[in-house]
Write a protein that binds this ligand. Structure first.
Ligand SMILES: *Cc1c(COP(=O)(O)O)cnc(C)c1O
Length: 388
């Protein structure tokens, strides 16, 4: 088992408060929320309370929250739901090259099988989308723009307010994937000026297989999952009651403890970044510094090295980390995000993401700063590319 967990961008542990909130709905209150008798209504009441909590955490109204099976389903529902509903108006979508695969693969499906056109915007070397590029990409037939609130690999926080202002000058829907941003930056859907927003429970210490899509009142959406009348006819299927209750608890805690968590994570993050830059040569910090970077994200490229070999060495010492994103590991392709910010295939392969959580300690960070230089040196000495 890993003793030091530094992969919170991949998933997070369930915290005790969340587990405690879920337990009664896994054990005693097993009723179907659609049933009329008390056992069912007890579950329906829990779902309704949970919906209110999730809505409150992002400044939305209850009826604007659709519970989904996670961030991927929320992203798919946002994109497919909107473009299928609006395809008579136009078939053009604008997104960026650094979106999560749940967005990019969805867009590719729409191009390949459904005749939509997608513009994938470039980003700069820190991963920022230029709002003016969004303006230039908008066309007469554009129906949807989707740009993530914060990137899961390099932690870039995008200028979503500026982008939404440009998009909303026109009659075009705007979606943002806020899965990594939740719990790390304040989110108010009205202040951000967006129409649709995706969330995932397991990235904020809630249970896996649970998430939500915020859909602003009046936005047209074709449901992805057809069936019963759950979620106001926008997402069929008997509710995952315990999951919904746990997710709502996690959302409540994430928003209540935002400032405290951000201050703590920033301190650890900066310590880790400074320590690595001080002790290791030929390193490149991927993504921006300071306030435009997610408080929990550290991502470095180490020249002359394979990211996978760093991970194996860290694992032997009980440290869990990631190279690029967990979604693309297992494949030999370098991270699409690192390529988009201008890395060669070679430097993109030598990358390491360390993502922090509230369970981490300063001692753990000190330990990583201590042992990482030795690991990097050992691997470099075996590399034919490295000459000291
Ligand atoms: C993890 C993640 C997702 C997918 O969420 P799941 O709940 O795992 O389906 C989507 N977008 C981003 C930015 C993510 O980090």
């Amino acid at each position: 088992m890993n003793k030091i967990y530094l992969d919170h961008a991949a998933t997070t542990p369930i915290i005790p408060e969340v587990l405690a909130a879920m337990e009664p709905y896994l054990k005693d209150y097993y009723g179907n929320p659609s049933s009329v008798y008390s056992l069912g209504q007890r579950a329906a009441h829990a779902v309704s309370e949970a919906r209110e909590k999730v809505a409150r955490a992002i400044g939305a109204k209850e009826e604007e929250i659709i519970f989904t099976s996670g961030g991927s389903e929320a992203d798919n529902t946002a994109i497919k739901g909107v473009v299928f509903a609006l395809q008579n108006k136009g078939k053009h979508i604008v997104t960026s090259k650094i979106e999560h695969p749940a967005i990019l693969s969805t867009c590719e499906q729409l191009e390949k099988h459904f005749g939509f056109e997608v513009t994938y915007l470039d980003v700069d070397k820190e991963g920022f989308v230029d709002p003016e590029d969004v303006r230039k990409a908008l066309r007469q037939d554009t129906i949807l723009v989707s740009i993530m609130l914060a990137n899961n690999e390099i932690g870039t926080i995008e200028p979503i307010k500026e982008i939404s202002r440009i998009v909303k000058e026109r009659d075009i829907y705007f979606h943002t994937d806020a899965v990594q941003a939740m719990g790390q930056i304040p989110i108010d859907v009205n202040e951000l000026g967006i129409d649709l927003l995706s969330l995932s429970s397991h990235k904020i210490n809630g249970p896996k297989g649970m998430g939500a899509l915020y859909v602003k009142r009046g936005v047209k959406l074709l449901p992805l999952i057809a069936g019963g009348a759950q979620e106001r006819n926008r997402r069929a299927g008997t509710e995952n009651v315990a999951g919904i209750v746990g997710f709502a608890k996690a959302m409540e805690l994430a928003s209540e403890k935002l400032e405290e968590n951000v201050a703590f994570l920033r301190k650890l993050r900066n310590k880790l970044i400074n320590g690595i830059e001080k002790n290791i040569d030929h390193v490149i910090l991927n993504g921006p510094r300071d306030e435009h970077r997610l408080p929990n994200n550290v991502n470095f490229s180490f020249r002359y090295i394979e990211g996978e070999s760093i991970l194996l060495n860290l694992d032997m010492l009980g440290i869990a980390a990631s190279s690029g994103s967990a979604c693309s590991s297992g494949s030999l392709d370098p991270s699409h995000v690192l390529l988009a910010i201008g890395h060669s295939h070679e430097t993109a392969h030598g990358s390491l993401r360390l993502s922090l959580g509230k369970g981490n300690t300063e001692e753990e960070i000190d330990y990583v700063i201590d042992i990482l230089p030795g690991i990097i040196n050992k691997i470099r000495e075996m590399s034919p590319l490295y000459e000291g």
